[in-house]
Design a protein around this ligand. Sequence first.
Ligand SMILES: *Cc1c(COP(=O)(O)O)cnc(C)c1O
Length: 359
Amino acid sequence: MSVLELARPELLALKPYSSARLEAGRAQVMLNANESPEPAFEGDELALNRYPDPQPAALLEQLARAFGVAPAQIYVGRGSDEAIDLLTRAFCRAGQDAVLISPPTFGMYAVAAGVQGAAVVSVPLDAGRDFALDADAVIAAARANPVKLVYVCSPNNPTGGAVPRAVILRIVEALAGRCLVVVDEAYGEYADQPSLADALGSHPNLVVLRTLSKAFGLAGARVGVLLAAPEIIGLMRRIMAPYPLPTPSVAAALRAFAPDATAARVARIARTRAERARIAAALAALPGVRRVWPSDANFLVFRVDGAGAVWRRLADAGVLIRDVSHYLGLSDVLRVSIGLPEENDRFLAALADALRAAA
Ligand SMILES: *Cc1c(COP(=O)(O)O)cnc(C)c1O
């Protein structure tokens, strides 16, 4: 069977919008898109008076090289958030289908399901095993419910751990022909484990999400990447917004793949990983910190007594971290992103003060 048999049947029959830029690329005289023939201001080097290429070939080629796939296996859009939304709308029939999540996890999976009218089936992570994914329970719940999308966030936000590759592949294989397994690798660059992208060719129900928002340092440009079988990419392109990627974002993304930026990124990731180890050790040694979890991402989660009050004292001291204690199983847990060494030092000093004041 084709993996497209899992998609909403009415979408396969839908005639997609055909934008002017999709119908024809650039010509000498461009009078087909009702654009302004003149730029908005002097020195507009990006020709912002023109609509952008919906899926720019140069960017697809860079991403294909970076993630080890073919351009036909890539949809690039406005952040992973848009990819999650498109997947949900493409595969879940409102009032009938469901997505499966393993909380505590990234909130957008359930929000996108809610917007589409899809149910959410929850199989919690195992709090007794550092929030490990319960693969057998995921497979059983996906089979027992009308689940179309199974989300595996690896490394997981907000708990920080990666799911072993063999565990993910076991889920993908057990659910072949039944569900898409969406592996969100937003923090993949900070992990030891390689991407699942190399398994796409042999597993048509596997989808991998990547983003330029974290390790690439482009959160403001909003560029997210969906890697999947070419049929799924074709479906994404049929239902995407006419021009999902603003021209300045495409330019910034291409700039981030230049040799100097690539070298800087590699060094930045190494510094972040070293700082992660340093802060984890410092946290574990602080009186009042009850627990620090291992992290494969660019953040750490730790438990204190009275997390809400500790968060407030840090905020009052000008240090903003995230209170994640409302997530399932994360009572009194705080999440801190790894910053510059001096920012991390300020965080550790402010936390030590806050814990002393609370004691
Ligand atoms: C930050 C993050 C993303 C990235 O979202 P963008 O829309 O690409 O900025 C995706 N998934 C998870 C789990 C995240 O934490």
